[in-house]
Write a protein of this length. Structure first.
Length: 274
């Protein structure tokens, strides 16, 4: 079993490196704090984890907290503690020497997810539930730019953004509001062409990949990757089927443009075109 998992890792890294050398001319650039701003540090087991939202990141942070001795079990850690507790250090918080030392000696890993599923998961989480950041900041701007005859109430609250409007915003080169980590490219969040990741896990094979990774770093035997869904736990996870239902609301050209938008992620992480 381990042997096949080693082979899968080798293959994923090979595809990632080949894509980088084919498309990226800048893979010898200097690594700046900006490039490592999404990387979390666990010094005890010497792990660097690049956070990709909607690909198991809450549970990965729980695992890192347990490894670090900040909690005894992943079950004890609340969502807000994970995301707003600032218990985990980020790599950009270290000086130049500290950053390079860790990049050169720690096990660097990232977990990814099929780009369209990740996008739909983010949309459902941020726009289909009450949210006092995404509705006023993104929702208002999206509705006022893309909805014809928007009601006063919709313009005031920014609630009720439709998937089609969200995609219009995403594909607009003159976006009314900036990018957000929840729908940015993994390519941009984690700079895989600059940082040579040792381990590339996939959300689709999370349990197997995660527990293989924990085995590789020599984590305690009783620590396994949590299975629970972190938010809106009574709601079905975003699946291929659910993703198709959302994309069915778009025109063929919007679907193609969305694919083009995430093209590098599809290529680099070997996901087939939907």
């Amino acid at each position: 079993k381990w042997k096949s998992l080693y082979q899968i890792q080798g293959e994923r890294k090979r595809i990632m490196r080949e894509t980088c050398s084919k498309y990226k001319s800048n893979n010898r650039r200097i690594i700046t704090p900006y490039h490592v701003s999404r990387i979390f540090v666990e010094d005890k087991y010497r792990v660097l984890y690049c956070e990709v939202p909607k690909a198991g990141c809450s549970n990965w942070k729980r695992v890192l907290m347990v490894l670090n001795g900040l909690a005894s079990s992943t079950k004890d850690i609340q969502h807000n503690t994970v995301h707003y507790g600032n218990y985990l250090k980020r790599l950009d918080g270290f000086d130049h020497k500290g950053i390079y030392h860790r990049l050169n000696t720690y096990t660097k890993m990232l977990f990814i997810r099929e780009p369209f599923e990740k996008l739909v998961s983010a949309f459902r989480d941020k726009f289909e539930h009450p949210n006092n950041y995404y509705h006023p900041v993104f929702g208002k701007a999206i509705i006022s730019r893309y909805r014809v005859n928007a009601t006063r109430e919709a313009l005031r609250t920014g609630s009720g953004v439709k998937f089609k409007e969200f995609i219009q915003y995403l594909l607009d080169v003159h976006r009314p509001v900036g990018m957000d980590i929840h729908w940015d490219h993994v390519n941009r969040l984690c700079s895989p062409c600059l940082i040579d990741y040792d381990f590339v896990g996939k959300f689709e094979s999370m349990e197997e990949d995660a527990n293989f990774f924990l085995h590789l770093i020599g984590a305690p035997q009783n620590l396994t990757f949590p299975k629970f869904k972190d938010r809106h736990s009574n709601e079905e996870r975003t699946t291929t089927k659910i993703t198709q239902q959302y994309f069915a609301q778009l025109s063929p050209s919007q679907r193609q443009q969305s694919y083009d938008f995430y093209y590098m992620d599809y290529l680099m992480f070997n996901y087939s075109k939907p």
